[in-house]
Design a protein around this ligand. Sequence first.
Ligand code: SF4
Ligand code: SF4
Length: 313
Amino acid sequence: METEPLRPAAAAAKAREPMNVLIVGVGGQGVIMVSKALASLAQSKGFEVKQSEVHGMAKRGGTVFSHVRFGPQVWSPTIPKGEADILVALEWAEGLRWLPYLKPDTGIFICDTKRIVPPFACLNRRPGAPLRYSRETPAEVKSHVAEGYAIDATRMAEELGNERAANVVLIGALSTALDFRADDWEQALSAFVPKKTIAVNLDAFRFGRNWIDAARTSPANIEVPAANAPAPAHVPYSVRLEITPEWCKSCDICVKLCPERCLRLNEERLVELAQPEKCTGCRLCELLCPDFAIRVHLDAAASTAAIARGVIA
Ligand code: SF4
Ligand code: SF4
């Protein structure tokens, strides 16, 4: 059946309406990069762009969000509640929190299933501990949005070789909902990522695009991939901190903000795990380190020997 053409006035009014994209996450996830890449691409295509962002707590694991509006004419930089055409969330709980901003009938929700426990919000910060917030399942969320995708973007990026590229997996997903060419996206992205990570980021972008294409043809598009489902609290695991001393700039951020106070700067002012038995594996240090000097690995099992080496259960 042919779609009824819009009357000229309605078509003009529709064309004048800006596209509203809301991007949310927590500090250190790359929300602002997603926003800047989109804004720059839209501007390069001749649209008027307005962008506003809040990232005052970015270094403390706090909420970061950015509104991007573009179109032939845009008056205000902020998206009113219920007016976002697309909501891109880099963290699950943040995604749920911002859902009221999405257009109820047509809004598209694109969300990483990654959950980041707010630093001081929970008494038990061990991975797999029962959460007291955002317990809705992706299937439940899907029933409340016009179109929704829950993506295990962090794991995908990790498998591609750089967990930090999770935001670019989501850009790939976002790109399928906007009318820009893939090669224009890739060009815009390349200008916003460090030169040596361009290849992995382009892989991540294509991965996200392809994932959405595959998800659209599958009714299971919103299921949480098993690998990212929260592990049961009773499953034993060990935590291994991988510290790259040559990248550590001794800024002290991780030491000050580790909720368990188990890091310190040594005599050479390099970070080290001083009290491994206290580390819960919450990954806050990894998230907050501006120089990517810490990686937290959660391994399946622990052994006494491992504990002795600073690899803890
Ligand atoms: S060292 Fe890192 S992973 Fe361990 S408790 Fe502190 S912030 Fe969390
Ligand atoms: S590991 Fe990162 S956050 Fe910690 S002191 Fe070094 S540079 Fe700063």
